[in-house]
Design a protein around this ligand. Structure first.
Ligand code: FAD
Length: 507
């Protein structure tokens, strides 16, 4: 940063904003990112959590997007093998749905157009003998089994933010962009601390609007432009008690042509989703509707021998896809690809807007954004993020069990489940949480389940956790296991800590 002017100001701390911040600061640009709530509190914590090519998008001829996404699977897995891992999907053939030859053709393309090297290829299953057939109704005889990857979506965002901050980016949460004006050849951007109302003005050479489903609102409100390029499509998931022991996920087709997944989730649960329906309100207020719950229960009951009902539900979540509005008639047909649009006359400071995208493509989206940024404010570094490990991911992608075993040797008083949870969330940074503890008592107060003071302190100091919800539903999913009554105690503890991120930056 020179004379108080940042190279790049980013509005939005979802996966796209944090991915761009990391890439840009690693190339030598100075970066300021403002997120109005918590990191990943928008769409980026509400996904199906797949790093996937999107088999279904082949039906809509989205070959560019599918190929780029397929290629990213193994790149991202290598960057963060603690929070990303391969998952096999079982796709049972259903007489009334797509014919076997069509699915076989789709999976052939899926296996061959995306640089698959380490992920295993598609195979055919006999459901009458394979364990994957056990939880299903007896009529399902044959299935295809194929590969994609699983990702802990909110942690992917937090780790990109952490790495960006470690490299020098300023990351401010609970900081809303309320006004952005072009002034004397620069952007003058006013932010507001949503807790105190305190305002700050930041100057930058370039402004990136990574506000996801709020992208049009930010344009209309803060920038004063009347742009409508986004189509909001709601998607909801239900979480039920574990329905099957098999580690594989299911890919089901519904009789309306849509597809949905049933995925092993957080050890004890099954995640079922998602839906697709146009949404008109404020993305902040999105909640699952009764119709969506009925739709998912009925769809899953078409396949599972034991029906899925509302009584099985332990939690649900809903999110809004910020899709680029390409004029498609149905919500599920709107493109999942991303569009980056510059706004500003020649010689004026530029605004770069992001429309659409997937978690899977966030790294490539950031690289494409960097090409635009270089054209506008000049080139600094080279592309570097492919192969650059995210915090805690500095081990081989097949090496998870070895890291876990070492952690258990170093901290033998941890239960297997506790140690596994910590390595899955923090990878090699789990050692920073334990900090040489000799006994469970050294980890301090336990707030419920196995959430200790040591872990909360780490999250507050390193990952911008400021409220109980940040920890219980985003940095971890311990909200599924901890009584709601513990929330006030966790909140009070977090509020007693210095503001996260800055604590570290100041050291
Ligand atoms: P967001 O994560 O919404 O981030 C935007 C941020 O901007 C928000 O945190 C918001 O608070 C902030 N913001 C808004 N206005 C302001 C302001 N004025 N000032 C400061 N901050 C502001 N993708 C996949 O790859 N795999 C999947 O399996 C998958 N499943 C999905 C399932 C569902 C149901 C949905 C809804 C999406 C799914 N996606 C999936 C898509 C993916 O989740 C999104 O494309 C991605 O998370 C969008 O990230 P983003 O950073 O653009 O938006």
């Amino acid at each position: 940063m020179t004379s108080g002017v940042y190279d790049i100001f980013i509005a939005g701390g979802g996966i796209n904003g944090c991915g761009i911040a990391r890439d840009a600061v690693g190339r030598g640009y100075s970066v300021f990112l403002a997120e109005m709530k918590d990191l990943a509190s928008g769409t980026s914590s509400r996904a199906t959590k797949l790093i996937h090519g999107g088999l279904r998008y082949l039906e809509h001829y989205e070959f560019r997007l599918v190929r780029e996404s397929l290629m990213e699977r193994e790149v991202l897995w290598a960057m963060a093998p603690h929070i990303i891992w391969p998952l096999r999907f079982v796709l049972p053939l259903h007489k009334a749905m797509r014919p076997a030859w069509l699915i076989r053709l789709g999976l052939f393309l899926y296996d061959h157009i995306g640089g698959r090297k380490a992920l295993p290829a598609t195979k055919v299953l006999n459901l009458e003998s394979d364990p994957a057939g056990r939880p299903l109704k007896p009529g399902f005889r044959k299935a295809f089994e194929y590969s994609d990857c699983w990702v802990n979506d909110s942690r992917l965002v937090a780790l990109n933010a952490r790495d960006a901050a470690d490299r020098g980016a300023v990351i401010r949460t609970r900081t809303k962009v309320v006004e952005a004006r072009r002034e004397s050849g620069l952007w003058s951007i006013t932010t507001e601390d949503v807790n105190t109302g305190a305002k700050e003005t930041v100057r930058a050479r370039l402004f990136v609007n990574a506000a996801g489903p709020w992208v049009d609102r930010l344009l209309q409100g803060a920038v004063g432009r009347n742009d409508h390029s986004i189509r909001l499509v709601q998607g909801s998931h239900i979480i039920i008690r574990k329905k099957f022991a098999d580690p594989r996920a299911y890919f089901f087709q519904n009789n309306d042509g849509r597809i949905f997944f049933a995925i092993p989730y957080e050890e004890d649960f099954t995640l079922i989703g998602t839906t697709d329906q146009d949404y008109k309100g404020d993305p902040q207020n999105v909640v699952i509707s009764d119709a969506e719950i009925d739709y998912l229960c009925a769809g899953a009951s078409e396949y599972f021998a034991e029906p899925v009902t509302r009584a099985d539900m332990v939690w649900s979540y809903s999110g809004v896809r910020p899709l680029y509005d390409d004029g498609a008639s149905k919500a599920q047909e709107a493109t999942r690809d991303y569009v980056l649009k510059a706004d500003g006359a020649a010689g004026e400071p530029q605004l770069l807007n992001i429309f659409g995208g997937k978690i899977t493509t966030y790294r490539r989206l950031a690289e494409h954004m960097m090409e635009k940024i270089e054209d506008i404010i000049g080139k600094k570094g080279q592309p570097w993020t492919a192969g650059a490990k995210l915090p805690g991911g500095d081990f081989d992608r097949q090496g998870f069990d070895g890291v876990l075993a070492k952690f258990r040797r170093d901290y033998p008083f941890l239960s297997e489940a506790h140690a596994r949870r910590l390595i899955r969330l923090y990878g090699t940074r789990a050692w920073q949480i334990l900090r040489g503890a000799k006994s469970a008592a050294d980890l301090g107060h336990v707030f419920g389940a196995d959430l200790t003071e040591a872990e909360l302190t780490y999250l507050a100091d390193n990952e911008w956790a400021r409220e109980a919800e940040d920890v219980l539903w985003r940095r971890t999913k311990l909200g599924l296991k901890i009584e709601a009554a513990a929330t006030a105690e966790i909140d009070a503890f977090l509020k007693s800590r210095p503001v996260a991120g800055e604590h570290i930056a100041a050291q």
